[in-house]
Design a protein around this ligand. Structure first.
Ligand code: HEM
Length: 506
């Protein structure tokens, strides 16, 4: 039941699909200077199948780095150009989150990921300090390493028995366990058990994904939400998750108050409970329990499937590129000498880091960022947008455009200098934006990179893997890029080259 490949069935009927296609093209030209994409029936089927970013890529090659797309009642300007993306992302005051808030409000409430205006400013200021350096180093030792080691132990019998394992599912379980412990010190233990809370998290995540590709937002109509089975299921799931988080907040609040705990240094970590929740409560900010619940849910959702998908696609890319795999494993053996990584080791795992960065370039999560213009504006290149215009920044297109990258479609970790800085939006001038950019950039970018490096270092240290033959690995999407049918690998145990210490004896 943790299989995240089962997208909810679309309720959209074929008749509706046909009528939609008729309304797909904008016939009236406008004075914006933005070319209009002319979508065909095949493209619409692809849109409804959920892999929206694939036709967007095709149209970039046809219409250029900015074009307009009308889909039923919606009309988007699609951007595949770093300079325009930079303009939109940096000018948060002029561009709000728009549609993203609409599709995920049922889950995030007023959480930091979708809040706007002064509420967002206050909550962002409260949340960011919790992800400080000392917190991250504690997470590496106490959560990232432990959870990855548990995964390897769990996989060993499959490795011995030669059983094919769906690694996408395993990585999704791993990252759920990590984010639960890190954000609110809650052990989902999804690697080992099923629980109603885990089911609820997956149901809610799938619903958010489905909503992001539903062209007709029928879930906005309250009465329909009470009778459509998918909506009833989603509402029940959100109730379970919210209740669980509310209980965690209440329990933690009691402890903080009983102990009179108060943050007394910038890099504060409570030794017994180093979670973000504890930090936020000990900081004694004036914040309601509901707001806190929604902020924590924002982080749970934003940090779970994203990091899981990075692990999935990096493993896939390494399985197809044996030279890079050997290089990564040699680096891991040399730097770690058979032990688990520490926070200090991570800066030395330079090649592995570039493999993850290159994977984020080819498979960015989410592949498309959405904004809505708050007023009329002029985009770089003299393109006019009107107030209320929905904009899609296709990160996938920018990352795979031959105008932006040489040999754009190839996996080449070496393209990033090992001795140079780790690429980000600033040092690539928005050519590489897997964590977005500007004021609403991801707050968990360092967390996610550390988590991915640790998980892969431990996995590659102890296991060899091979793609099960005759699998077609294709992409589908919602909030992140998923495989369509899972990523099945045959695993085998690997003896590290130096000072091998069995996990159990550490
Ligand atoms: C926002 C990507 C992991 C928390 C974002 C955005 C992107 C992103 C692209 C900006 C969205 C936009 O501009 O519309 C990723 C990727 C991750 C990852 C690729 C993993 C590899 C995490 C983790 C956390 C997190 C681990 C929490 C610990 C957030 C939050 C926001 C956000 C709270 C909203 C920030 C705001 O609106 O002010 N993420 N993220 N993310 N991310 Fe991440």
């Amino acid at each position: 039941n943790n299989n995240n490949n089962n997208k909810p069935n679309s309720w959209v009927s074929p008749d509706w699909l046909t009528s939609l296609t008729r309304s797909l093209t904008i016939t009236k030209d406008d004075d914006s200077g933005i070319p209009v994409a002319n979508a065909k029936l095949d493209d619409v089927s692809e849109l409804l199948g959920g892999a929206l970013f694939l036709p967007l890529f095709k149209w970039m090659n046809e219409y250029g780095p900015i074009y307009r797309l009308a889909a039923g009642p919606r009309n988007f300007v699609v951007v595949s150009d770093p300079a325009i993306a930079k303009h939109v992302l940096r000018n948060y005051g002029k561009y709000g989150k728009g549609l993203v808030s609409e599709v995920s409000e049922f889950l995030f409430g007023s959480g930091v990921a979708i809040a706007e205006g002064p509420l967002w400013t206050t909550r962002r200021r409260a949340v960011v300090p919790s992800l400080h350096r000392k917190y991250l180093s504690v997470m590496v030792d106490r959560v990232f390493c432990k959870c990855a080691q548990r995964l390897v132990e769990k996989l060993k019998p499959d490795a011995v028995g030669g059983i094919a394992v769906n690694m996408e599912e395993k990585f999704s379980q791993l990252t759920l366990d990590v984010i639960g412990l890190s954000v609110f010190n809650y052990n989902f233990d999804s690697l080992n058990a099923d629980s109603p809370v885990i089911d609820a998290v997956y149901t809610a995540l799938k619903e958010a994904e489905a909503r992001s590709t539903d062209l007709l937002p029928y879930w906005k109509i309250n009465a329909l939400c009470k009778i459509i089975p998918r909506q009833i299921k989603a509402e029940n799931a959100v109730t379970v998750i919210r209740r669980t988080v509310e209980e965690l907040v209440a329990k933690c609040k009691e402890m903080v108050e009983a102990e009179g705990e108060r943050i007394d240094e910038e890099e504060y970590v409570n030794d017994a409970d180093p979670s973000i929740l504890r930090f936020l409560l000990a900081s004694r900010e004036e914040v309601s329990s509901v707001q806190l619940r929604d902020d924590l849910l924002s982080m749970l959702v934003a940090g779970h499937e994203t990091t899981g998908s990075v692990l999935t696609w990096t493993l896939y890319l390494l399985s197809k590129n044996s030279t890079s795999l050997v290089k990564a494993q040699e680096e891991i053996d040399r730097v770690l000498q058979g032990r688990p990584p520490t926070y200090e080791d991570i800066k030395d795992l330079k090649f592995l880091t570039r493999c993850i960065i290159e994977s984020l370039r080819l498979y960015p999560h989410p592949p498309v960022l959405i904004r809505r213009a708050q007023g009329a504006d002029m985009l770089p290149g003299a393109y006019k947008v009107n107030s209320g215009q929905d904009i899609m920044i296709s990160v996938y297109n920018i990352h795979r455009s031959s105008q932006v990258w040489e040999r754009a479609e190839e996996f080449l970790p070496e393209r990033f200098d090992l001795e140079g800085p780790v690429p980000n939006e600033t040092n690539t001038d928005f050519r590489f934006i897997p964590f977005g950019g500007g004021p609403r950039k991801c707050v968990g970018d360092q967390f996610a990179l550390l988590e991915a490096i640790v998980a892969l270092a431990i996995f590659l240290q102890h296991l060899n893997f091979e793609l099960v033959p005759d699998q077609t690995i294709s992409m589908t999407t919602g909030a992140t890029i998923h495989t369509t049918n899972g990523l099945y690998m045959k695993l085998s145990q690997r003896q590290t080259k130096s000072a091998f210490v069995p996990l159990a004896s550490r």
